[in-house]
Design a protein around this ligand. Sequence first.
Ligand code: FE2
Length: 310
Amino acid sequence: MLEQYTKYDHLFLNLRPNAVGGIKIFSRNDAFIIQQDYDSLSDEEHSIWKRLFEKLIKPLDQYACAEYINGLRSLGLESTKMPNFAVLNPKIRNASGWELVTVAGFLDEYVFFELNAARKFPVTDIVRQSGRMDEKYSEGAIQNEDDYTPEPDIFHDVRGHVPMLMNRNYGDFLADVGILGDEILKDDKGLGPELVAHNLKRLQNFAWWTYEFGILKKQDNTDTLRAIPNDMNHEIYGAGIMSSYAETAHVAACSKGENSLSEFIPYNIEEAVMTRFDYSEIQDRYFVIDSMESLYQSFYDHQELFWFKG
Ligand SMILES: [Fe+2]
């Protein structure tokens, strides 16, 4: 939707085409809200979930941030069965006021931010590698691997994002990001389509480098939560990393100096906001925050970054 508006793109760093190639996008006029039909899930889908989930148990116990580990515990996600939203929703609602909404696929930014502003987290009911995913894309195959699929599936959303939604402060922060996105798109200030698109791209960059691919400095005392002590100087809070075994292992290798392919950059909100990203590769950089609170504070203290007026 925003790709046609490029007037201010030259202001961005790391400029690259980052449209999500080949995936179906649902808009306001589509029937995008559906019901999860839990009883119809196949053994194949449950077994894919189990394989993906179990592979990440150790690395996430060792490297995920405290908010994630605590959230995962209180959520009680089952490792062997696909998540049932009707079971999870009362727990999430009670913890942070958020709820999961089953959707037909990737949503455009208008629908996505409007839902987030109302603490509704859209999740598809399809898991990668399954027959249903193949069927959905039978006309044009998309990458569909254990560690990556361009369409965010139930595994990315529930394994990556949902445990974090069990934390009230994080939930408040994410809702405020949604409210801001919704305000930018509604353009009550009359900035016009080029500036609306540019400011929304800034917010998407922020989201990408923080809650999707963010890293945290190692915090005090989080080893008390872990079965395996954290042997790196960082923790992970980005859902895009935590839902990928390959990227979690990559981050650990970079943090320990065993791999130098990706850079760890001290988080600076202005730089993060102005840096574009690539959907389809392991990230070439990660922004490292001091603490979750410092991330939230930076967002509230620098709202002007999202209201660029040209
Ligand atoms: Fe995500």
